[in-house]
Design a protein. Sequence first.
Length: 80
Amino acid sequence: MPLFNRDGSFRIEDVPVGTYTLKIRIERTLRTYSAISPVTPIGALETEVTVPGNPDNTPLDLGTLSLTPIGSSTNQSGVE
């Protein structure tokens, strides 16, 4: 699971060479006192990424990834 930095960048360690489908979903968690907090999806992205051989372990720059806004009127949880 990637960890996102404040600037939106992220790194996923030890990904083998290959082609992958990158899926990102951003959700807003509603502040409640329940053990299960409802979430509202606000953006998503699905794109193909090719990870080349990288013997010196330099970061792979995917450029700018633009998420598609998701309507805020629907409360859902989980990944599609």
